[in-house]
Design a protein around this ligand. Sequence first.
Ligand code: FAD
Length: 422
Amino acid sequence: MTKPNSDRIIVVGAGPAGLMAARELARAGRKVTILEARDRCGGRIDPLPATEFGYPAEGGAEFIHGEAPVTRSLLSEAGLKTLPLQGSSWTIEDGQFAPREQNAYEAELHQALSGLKEDRPLAEFLQAHFSDPKYAQLRRSVERMVEGYDAADPKRISVMALREEWMDGGRANQGRLVGGYGGLIAYLAKDCRDHGVDIHFGAIVKAIEIVDGKIVVRCADGTSHPCARTVLTVPIALLGDITLPPAARARADAVNDIGFGNVIKILLRFRNQWWREKKADDLTFVISSEAIPVWWTQYPNPQAVLTGWFGGPKTAQMDHLGERELIDVGLDSLAKIFRLGRQQLADQMINGRAINWAHDPFARGAYSYATPATRAAQARLREPGDGTIFFAGEALYSGPDMGTVEAALDNGLATARMILGR
Ligand SMILES: Cc1cc2nc3c(=O)[nH]c(=O)nc-3n(C[C@H](O)[C@H](O)[C@H](O)COP(=O)(O)OP(=O)(O)OC[C@H]3O[C@@H](n4cnc5c(N)ncnc54)[C@H](O)[C@@H]3O)c2cc1C
């Protein structure tokens, strides 16, 4: 079946980038359809039903990082509030809780970063400047940070991008949305619909073709959607699955120079906040060397939920584990960190979820990071070509907040403005 509407703009994906682009285009009077593979909006913003954890716990994005100007402006427009991150952070050293590590060689690291003249992967930079055994702990903590926080491979991630993240104000000033990121998505989706945007769920885009000089977007269910232009916001790991005209394919292949990492997120709901007695009333983060190395609480919110986080290339070692097994690994890690009986913890647990984002068919990973070749790749992807097929999404954003919701919103907006000639 081929539908009419050949002056339409079709946005592929109803994540933050797609919704933001669609809204901007529709507000400027364009006819817009969003084709979304899932049965919901939000993409890698994935609030879980409140019945599972007592609040809409975040299976995907959870924090607001840094200034995030587009996000914050949207929040104020939507009347949504944020709560800054508070509380204490700890690392586990030799089995003991220690205040979050401040490395003795941190000043040297900053000095070496400041002196950088050309880009290279982090691993090469550490080898060149910090190979002496006395820096072993520094190297370990930097690599742990990059794997965990940026979900990145130290052998690929750009040291200049890290310099920007760590030294230019970067991602200080973190917070959460009161009520979660779901409120932001609901607001954007409603505003899209109020401006006439059609959102189709279950629409898995398989191909974009040019037929008689017109763009046709083809879905897995056999439907075809002619349009004047299309904006593809699918995660970069999925771009290779969509058949594209040769010129657009040549641009799309630049994604190989953009890093894309994975995260396993484990949420465990307990009968009470037992960690307050075990460690501290205001406990927020604990970082260890256990299999699931990072854990956080919802402090100062009262929910008895601990969230475990494992990011970067080593997540592949858990590729064979199902959800129940990942929850078990999470419980093992917590038992070791807090020196509690494994069974005692399991008895305390009311509910658990584990999401390996590499297994999500419409994400195939968590988020992007910059390699030394990424800025050029992004510029190639952002080229308008003949003005009919555009690429957008968090991975195409070239500011300091790569891999975030802010990156997706900013790039969705910028792409719509490019189409509108603004
Ligand atoms: C576990 C995790 C934790 C995160 N934590 C944070 C955080 O704390 N703070 C933060 O700012 N960011 C965080 N992020 C990153 C953030 O979620 C993403 O950067 C952002 O959601 C990307 O938005 P997007 O619109 O570019 O892509 P997406 O949100 O992925 O949207 C793309 C959409 O395209 C759809 N799609 C895919 N294939 C097709 C197809 N063939 N046809 C039609 N539709 C398709 C997808 O279903 C999806 O809805 C996190 C991500 C993950 C996975």
